[in-house]
Design a binder for this molecule. Structure first.
Ligand code: UD1
Length: 383
């Protein structure tokens, strides 16, 4: 046992995975350098803007393995990751794989490993929106069912897992690895007006005097009427407070397809391409408010103390509403405008830092995982 070297494959695939895996890799390097940690990128996100600059800005090493799956329908994308990941598992024989979050790459790799009896470790487990129209919800439920060790970002997730019959011994409340990355990097985030200048926008906007808008959920952007309504509301708010809007490739495509460009071509709506991490964190931290349908941004705004108006009917991250700065408003124009006006007039929710969102979640995970893996290894007789 003494000289046994664990091999662990960490999986990333899409933009929100990168900031979650970065502190985990770093914690392994610092606390357990003897562990052979391989990084695998499925290639779900492949654009420079959706991938490369995250690796660079977060100091993530180049992936050891890139499956280069690219885009496709959910079935195609998930299947392609599975087909290409299976030979990697056969070749590498990892002692465990680590998956994060809820994207298609998460469930695809978890499923391959679980069927080969390779332990699956899921970071950010147990979150539930109870909305199966979200593809991520299906990915979450299934990944948790086949995971061997589950790390939670908030305590409410334990209750969700218990209701689904997952034994409490598998579950560990570690805190939020994405907030580890935020705490580490926020001091060095790019100043928002430098980001605007970088993309040729020279309008003078003052700090805390703009709203940041992001949206990409299929339920919001793939439906013409909903997307039109959201863009109209955003345009309306821009008359009071300038809008900065980095546009996800999916959203950009749908705006053109539905002929809605005129709604965002306005002097108060500043469009940007998808941004790197340091640019987006700067824009969030310095905004008066954020309007979004992202999951991660609901948490990041809570950690930053910036009011967040969530353009969804539900959230899988309830602590951001109960303790944080988040308000769930859905897509009704009047409700969005009421929440917007509330922030303008009263400053919005103040909030507090959730438990264990302290910048040390990844260390707690590594410190828990290694003894757990050792015990499993010993029990299997491979001593
Ligand atoms: C995925 C995740 C979502 C996450 C989001 C963050 C799933 C089910 N969804 O959604 O949870 O919040 O990433 O961005 O895994 N595209 C590009 N370049 C890229 C990647 C995608 O142009 O590098 C375009 C393609 O047209 C593609 C579309 O964006 O078809 C959607 O990409 P996909 O990875 O399928 O899902 P996202 O909407 O990005």
């Amino acid at each position: 046992m003494d000289n046994y070297q664990f091999k662990i494959i960490c999986i990333v695939g899409a933009r929100p995975n990168f900031m979650k895996i970065a502190p985990v890799i770093d914690a392994f390097k610092r606390l357990a350098p003897e562990v052979n940690v391989l990084l695998l990128h499925t290639g779900q996100h492949y654009d420079e803007n959706m991938k490369t600059q995250f690796f660079q800005q977060l100091g993530i090493p180049e992936p050891d393995i890139d499956l280069e799956v690219g885009s496709g329908s959910h079935a195609q994308q998930t299947a392609e990751v599975m087909k290409r990941f299976e030979p990697v598992v056969d070749r590498e024989h990892p002692d465990a794989i680590i998956v994060v979050g809820d994207v298609n790459s998460t469930i695809a790799c978890a499923l391959v490993a679980a069927k080969k009896m390779i332990p699956v470790v899921h970071i950010e487990a147990g979150l539930r929106s109870y909305d199966r129209q979200m593809p991520e919800e299906i990915n979450r439920v299934l990944t948790d069912q086949i995971s061997d060790r589950l790390y939670l970002t908030e305590r409410s997730a334990a209750e969700n897992l218990s209701l689904e019959g997952i034994p409490a011994e598998r579950v560990f409340f570690a805190g939020n690895v994405m907030i580890d990355t935020l705490k580490k990097n926020v001091k060095n985030a790019q100043y928002f007006s430098d980001t605007l200048k970088q993309f040729g926008i020279n309008t003078v906007i003052e700090e805390k005097n703009y709203s940041l808008v992001t949206m990409h959920r299929p339920s919001n952007v793939d439906d013409q009427a909903i997307l039109k309504n959201l863009l109209q509301v955003i345009l309306q708010t821009s008359k009071t407070l300038p809008v900065i809007f980095p546009v996800h490739p999916r959203t950009r495509g749908k705006i053109s397809e539905f002929g809605l460009d005129h709604l965002i071509e306005n002097k108060n709506v500043h469009l940007l391409p998808p941004l790197g991490y340091m640019q987006l964190v700067g824009l969030m931290a310095q905004a008066k408010m954020v309007m979004t349908d992202s999951g991660g941004i609901q948490e990041e705004t809570t950690a930053l103390g910036v009011p967040c108006i969530t353009l969804r009917e539900n959230t899988e991250r309830p602590i951001t509403v109960e303790q944080g700065t988040n308000t769930i408003v859905g897509v009704d124009a009047q409700l969005i405008l009421a929440a917007f006006n509330d922030v303008m007039e009263h400053g919005g929710k103040v909030g507090q830092q959730p438990e264990l969102w302290d910048g040390h979640a990844a260390e707690r995970i590594v410190e828990d995982l290694l003894p757990w893996l050792s015990a499993k290894h010993a029990a299997s007789g491979n001593i």
